[in-house]
Design a protein around this ligand. Structure first.
Ligand SMILES: Cc1ncc(C[n+]2csc(CCOP(=O)(O)OP(=O)(O)O)c2C)c(N)n1
Ligand SMILES: [Mg+2]
Length: 126
């Protein structure tokens, strides 16, 4: 997310940033920077409500692990609400649960004068 903001700042262009829901929380405050600097960064967040890759890596290291017993790797309840958080930092937010909506929101967002947050709900295999 910070790199996308840096690129947008340097090139004075819209930038699309793909990010996972869990990873986004590590630099979520960067949305505020893109708001303050009026940078058209479009964050497309894949929301599987899990730190999925960490589960996969753990299983690669030890295939005997029971995926139902991972601790602290899921946030299946409705919080955190990343759209609300993004709006709190100044972004406009959308949820795109179809390809058509995603296309539409990206098109609208390319004319933006600030950050846009698009949540794309996805499935979690584990
Ligand atoms: C700044 C930082 N903190 C922590 C990590 C460790 N880390 C690697 S992947 C990951 C979770 C990724 O989850 P998510 O972004 O939801 O992606 P998913 O695998 O679910 O698609 C974390 C916390 C990291 N890479 N960088
Ligand atoms: Mg995730």
């Amino acid at each position: 997310m910070p790199v996308a903001i840096g690129v947008s700042y340097a090139k004075k262009e819209p930038v699309i940033c793909f990010v996972g829901d869990g990873g986004s929380i590590y630099s979520i405050q960067s949305i505020w920077t893109s708001f303050k600097q009026k940078l058209p960064v479009i964050f497309i967040c894949f929301e599987n409500r899990s730190y999925h890759i960490l589960k996969e890596l753990s299983l690669l290291q030890n295939s005997d692990l029971d995926p139902n017993k991972f601790i602290g790797m899921d946030f299946k309840e409705s919080k955190p609400d990343l759209n609300m958080i993004a709006e709190g930092f100044g972004a406009i937010s959308y949820t795109a649960d179809t390809y058509e909506k995603l296309r539409k929101y990206i098109k609208i967002s390319l004319d933006s004068k600030g950050p846009i947050w698009i949540t794309v709900p996805t499935l979690s295999k584990l």
